[in-house]
Design a protein around this ligand. Structure first.
Ligand code: BT5
Length: 351
């Protein structure tokens, strides 16, 4: 359970623009959107009833349904309703309400269990689903990393999210897509959590002091150098106690809760990541990512001036990491003083 702040026990009316109910909006999402907009205060049941053209009993039964789904909603006779806590398990209306609260619109598909959110996204794209859209799940039974590696995806508390896109642009426009996503999402997480030393380990990890907090997996369908469809997958350890990591990960992984000692609201984080990721994608299409990449990378580079070993296939290159070049390749200073640009590989720190 992650709590919402408590305020004075008063009732407020959300601002006019926000209080408008759209015909297409799910009534539960509307109720939650109003509760979020008024948080930490109460929203009157009669205001909700009036906007949704429902009886107050209808509102009350909707609130009860949301409670059954795990949300904590306080009720007070003269003041109305107030959101007080949310569960770690995903709730679609709450996620939709948070996305609207972030002034964004994006279709979301929420599942309890999937093979991999990237695979679900791929299938939706193949079946003609209109992009962009996001797919989230409480758990994945075939969560994957690069090169067929496994992504540990236990139920509840962590984020498994994929975004489906149809860029239809030349590959070159998206060559620094994953690095730029890492910078933008890293920046968001720094400000949301107050953990200022979250950084990006080339090419696709979000790390804190060398321990992995999250990983990105970008998969593209390319045709004649044009990216037809793109899946951006992101896994983030959020409310996951250190003690629950399996042995193989306990020394190399961490979570936001593990670092901060408190739980975070998973729906808020998910909605803000979706908004940030779509913004980062737009930056790439407009050329802004490319323009600002080198400068921003310096703020987030987890490998800067570190001794590294990079393996790709059978070869291992050893040297000192010296940032990236304009194409996003890792620059490594070799022992003979020469520089090498590495396009892909697995980096390990060499102390
Ligand atoms: C990655 O691969 O880091 C990309 C991970 C992407 C996961 C997301 S979840 C949503 C979407 N759906 C998917 O199926 N995938 C994406 P890679 O660089 O290959 O790192 C994999 C390695 O990270 C593993 O071999 C482990 O050592 C480590 N690892 C696995 N699970 C982890 C976890 N939960 N936290 C931290 N490290 C983990």
């Amino acid at each position: 359970m992650s709590k919402y702040p408590t305020g004075k026990r008063k009732s407020v009316t959300p601002p006019k623009g926000k209080a408008k109910a759209k015909a297409s909006e799910n009534p539960s999402s509307y109720v939650l959107r109003m509760l979020l907009a008024a948080s930490p205060y109460y929203v009157s049941g009669s205001m909700l009833a009036q906007k949704l053209k429902m009886s107050r009993v209808g509102i009350w039964s909707r609130i009860n349904k949301l409670r059954q789904a795990g949300l904590s909603i306080d009720a007070s006779q003269n003041r109305g309703y107030r959101l007080s806590a949310e569960p770690d398990l995903l709730n679609q209306p709450l996620l939709e309400a948070w996305i609207k609260e972030c002034r964004k619109s994006c279709k979301v598909f929420v599942f309890d269990e999937v093979d991999s959110t990237n695979s679900v996204t791929e299938r939706l794209l193949a079946n003609g689903e209109k992009a962009p859209f996001a797919v989230l799940a409480n758990t994945q039974n075939e969560g994957r990393g690069r090169l067929g590696r496994n992504w540990h995806s236990p139920k509840g508390g962590n984020l498994y999210l994929s975004i489906g896109l149809r860029p239809d642009v030349d590959l070159i426009k998206l060559r620094s897509f994953t690095l730029w996503q890492g910078i933008q999402i890293g920046n968001l997480l720094r400000s949301l959590t107050g953990i200022n030393d979250i950084s990006v380990k080339w090419p696709n990890d979000l790390v804190h002091k060398g321990k992995k907090l999250g990983g990105m997996l970008t998969e593209a369908s390319i045709d004649c150098e044009r990216v037809r469809s793109l899946v951006f997958g992101f896994g983030l350890n959020v409310n996951y106690p250190k003690s629950r990591f399996p042995k193989s990960l306990s020394k190399i992984a961490t979570s936001i809760e593990g670092l901060k000692g408190e739980s975070f609201r998973i729906h808020e984080i998910a909605a803000k990541i979706i908004k940030t990721s779509l913004g980062a994608y737009r930056d790439c299409l407009k050329g802004n990512a490319e323009k600002n990449l080198l400068e921003r990378w310096e703020e987030f580079d987890a490998l800067a001036d570190q001794k590294v070993g990079i393996s790709s296939g059978k070869d291992t290159i050893i040297g000192t990491a010296k940032g990236i070049d304009a194409s996003g390749a890792l620059k490594v200073k070799l022992r003979n003083g020469r520089f090498r640009a590495i396009q892909a590989g697995e980096v390990t720190l060499r102390g």
